[in-house]
Every structure is written in structure tokens, then in C-alpha cells.
Design a protein around this ligand. Sequence first.
Ligand SMILES: [Fe+2]
Length: 204
Amino acid sequence: MQGKQDTAQPVAMTAQDAQAPGAGRRQFFRVGGLFAAGLAASSALAPVASWAGTPSTSTAQDIAILNTALGLEYQAIAAYQVGAESGLLQKPVLDVAVKFQSQHKAHAEVLSSTIGKLGGTPVMAKKPSEYGFPVASLKTQADVLEFAAGLEKGAASAYLGAVPQFHNKDLAKAAASIMGDETMHWAVLLGALGKDPVPAAFIA
Ligand SMILES: [Fe+2]
């Protein structure tokens, strides 16, 4: 039945999607029939699901989770901008930071697009100064790397918490894919700091 708001078409990620940085990635969160009738009536969002709260039971709650993720991505983009502009990062670390920022931009793009396709309103990015970053304490490259590593660890943890909260399993899969990327970022930054890049068998 097409009219049910929570019925989704399969949105499996293909290998091509996973490798293509452009159009393929934008199709990553294809949501097919999610927008059939009924969704518009849910503009009064149900209580927003927190990362660690009860599982979503509606598309509206999935949208809320996606918006939380989008906010985190915007925060990361801003953080890498601060790091890149600090003058403290030397090549090749600077190049790595810019690359990671571009991947966060890719995450934000698909999250925002998906929220829109689901009938939601994507949150907006703040100004870097509005995130309360500890800019004054960033005095060395290692300081910046520690700061970024902490955010990456937090992002991986946030996505880990989000995955089982989604009502739509395709969104859970997509979030798990991003979680993998965030975990790689964290590991690379730990390595750049001279720390064990894979400190444990599990992330939390
Ligand atoms: Fe990241």
C-alpha cells in the first residue's frame, strides 16, 4: 500500500554509490516512496528522539535524528575550518584535515537532502564562533589534532547511538556507513598524534 508514511522503497547502497563522491553519493539516501501521502500531516513533530533515547517510531522522528546528525556535521565542518585557518597545521596534516572536512561536507549534503526528501526542514549551520570551540587553547598542531580527534570520537559515538534508533533501516545503514568514516577519521588523527590508532576492539 503506497499511502503509508513509513513504508520505504529499498535504498541499498551500491558499490558504485560508495565509491562515487558526487552524484552517486547524493543518491545514497534515496527515499523512494517515503513521501507518499500522510507525511505532510506530521508537521507537528513528535517528541524529538535523542541519540540515546527510545527508538524512532515514525519518519518524523527519523528526521529529528537526521537533523541532530546534520548539526554535528556542520560543527565538524566549522571545526576543521578553524583548524585549517589556525596556521598550526603543517602539510601533510593540513591536507588530511581539508580532506576530512570535505567528507563532512559530503555527509552534510546527503543528510540535508534526505531530510528534505522526507518532508523535514534541515537545520542550518552556525558561524564557527557560535560553536564555542576552545580556540584560545589551540597553540600547536598537536592541540588541533587532539581537538579534532575528540570531535571525531564523539561523532563516531553519536552515529553508533543513532543507528538503532532509526525507524527506517535504510537510514540506519546509511548512518552506519558515515559512522565508519568518522571512525576512520578518528583513527587517522590518533595516528598523527603518535597514539595507538586502534585502541580497542569496540567503539562506544
Ligand atoms: Fe569525521
